[in-house]
Design a protein around this ligand. Structure first.
Ligand SMILES: Nc1ncnc2c1ncn2[C@@H]1O[C@H](COP(=O)(O)OP(=O)(O)OP(=O)(O)O)[C@@H](O)[C@H]1O
Ligand SMILES: [Mg+2]
Length: 483
């Protein structure tokens, strides 16, 4: 039987009240930038509100705190993994033979290592994603993102939208259960700190962007926040293709784009094969990586965020290599769920058998980012049958499926004429900032959170595509969690 968490206010809401508050919430969202460019009716002159939940979603307070408290440990873990060439090489050695994209990233890494790394400092703007797993009600990590981690801007603003809707509905007493969210300022301050470390007053921050940006408000929030926090810092936006044609390195390997020196490259693109149309874009990636500019992420941080590395870290004895305190090892192990290599060999064969026998218990994942790439349910069988006798299986990992509790809420989406009242599941994202080089960690922080909620029957909850929507956290003590 499904487990339901109690919503933050009694549901359903009276039809008239619902119509009124959802109309107001839509306009609130639009007027405060909880919005995106429309995929159907794209225009640079307009945005539509982003899909969102009318009310914040219930989340158990101790598990939220657990996820918050472990973030600096996860930051350290990623940082150390990223700086361990031998670990990256051996963990990814099979993957890069069959996964062309990861292979190309890895060869850039080898090239810059050979040449000597010009900029030893990296900026990590990370997001660790979790579901609550029933029946224990414990947070389990879905993955940690090290490249183009998004939604901090719009998620920060959405908390105020939920304050507005709760107040409209006469529940001001509940606002105390909405935790403060410093994600936008935290990530922006991380970028500014990297800019300061680079130490050239006229240098700019480069936002490396997609050819067409749908999630424009989220990105612009960061640009606007940076200007607000330090009006001396310029941000510019370029695509990989533009960097290839306009980017140059001077004799000190300082990166210039159209004559502007770049202190920090902040990737909001470059994480997916389709963003590299030809060799031109790969040349741009190499150029940036060779440069003195600080990268967010550097190529080794990008590689440290692959699914294969996540799976290798779950092997017995591996966390101990990177974390000094046994209590930290224990705490991190506790948030991991089953992760299995499918590499050719006996152990991989066993994992494949296990998944074919019970496909609904697992998620099959390739080395991709951006959503929509994983395989679920019966399709896992077909995919595994197809690849089990080929080296291609080394490009995939298998993960135990986390079973989150359900709750009722109202989803508001541009294409829907009225709010969708159904069963939802929520995925928590925790943002961390880390700056440092191979020897030293200069800054290591938790900065904020986000919640993404999807219709419970949907496999993936992308906000721009799919049945996902922006949400925020309503913290509840365990004794009041369930219906
Ligand atoms: N082990 C799991 N159990 C349940 N659901 C999962 C699991 N792994 C992934 N999912 C679902 O699939 C989605 C995408 O998975 P994942 O985050 O691994 O891929 P991604 O392409 O890197 O996505 P993102 O764009 O969020 O970085 C998750 O947000 C979640 O909804
Ligand atoms: Mg990801």
């Amino acid at each position: 039987m499904a487990t339901y968490m109690k919503p933050c206010v009694p549901l359903p809401i009276d039809a008239k009240v619902l119509e009124d508050v959802s109309e107001k919430a839509k306009d609130w969202a639009l007027m405060h930038g909880v919005a995106m460019r429309s995929k159907q009716n794209f225009s640079k002159d307009s945005v539509t509100f982003a899909p969102f939940l009318l009310l914040p979603s219930t989340f158990p307070r101790p598990e939220f705190e657990r996820a918050v408290n472990i973030q600096t440990v996860l930051n350290t873990l990623v940082h150390r993994v990223a700086h361990d060439f031998e670990f990256l090489r051996s963990s990814l050695s099979n993957t890069i033979k069959v996964d062309d994209f990861t292979g190309r990233l890895f060869s850039i890494y080898e090239k810059v290592l050979e040449e000597g790394i010009t900029q030893g400092i990296s900026l990590g703007l990370l997001r660790s994603d979790y579901f609550i797993d029933v029946p224990q009600f414990a947070v389990k990590q879905v993955e940690i993102n090290t490249v183009a981690t998004s939604l901090a801007g719009v998620s920060t603003v959405l908390v105020d939208c939920h304050r507005f809707t709760l107040t409209e509905l006469g529940h001001r007493d509940k606002l105390k259960n909405l935790p403060e969210n410093g994600a936008l300022a935290g990530l922006s301050n991380g970028m500014l700190k990297a800019w300061e470390i680079y130490d050239r007053p006229t240098a700019a921050i480069l936002f490396l962007v997609e050819d067409v940006t749908f999630n424009i408000c989220d990105q612009r929030f960061h640009e606007f926040e940076i200007q607000k926090l330090n009006p001396d810092v310029r941000t510019i936006r370029k695509t990989l293709t533009e960097v290839a044609f306009q980017g140059t390195l001077d004799s000190e390997k300082r990166l210039f784009i159209d004559g502007v020196e770049i202190a920090l490259v902040y990737f909001r693109s470059g994480y997916s094969p389709d963003q590299y149309h030809t060799n031109t874009e790969w040349n741009a990636r190499l150029l940036m990586e060779r440069s003195r500019a600080i990268k967010c992420p550097s190529i080794y941080y990008h590689l440290a965020g692959t699914k294969k590395i996540q799976q290798e870290l779950a092997r017995p004895g591996v966390l101990e290599k990177f974390l000094d305190d046994p209590a930290d090892v224990c705490a991190v192990r506790r948030i991991f769920t089953g992760l299995y290599s499918l590499d050719q060999g006996e152990a991989g064969d066993k994992s494949i058998e296990m998944a074919i026998e019970n496909p609904r218990k697992y998620v099959l994942k390739p080395q991709r980012e951006g959503g929509g790439n994983n395989v679920y349910d019966e399709e896992i069988k077909d995919q595994l049958e197809k690849i089990r006798n080929t080296p291609e299986r080394d490009a995939w990992i298998l993960m135990e499926k986390i079973q989150p509790p359900l709750q009722k809420n109202y989803m508001i989406r541009p294409a829907l004429s009225e709010p969708l009242y159904t069963d939802f599941v929520s995925e928590l994202g925790i943002y961390g900032v880390i700056i440092g080089d191979a020897e030293t960690i200069i800054e290591n922080k938790y900065v904020g959170h986000m919640l993404r909620t999807k219709v419970s029957s949907a496999n993936e909850g992308g906000v721009a595509a799919g049945w996902g929507a922006l949400d925020s956290v309503y913290l509840v003590d365990p004794c009041e969690l369930l219906e």
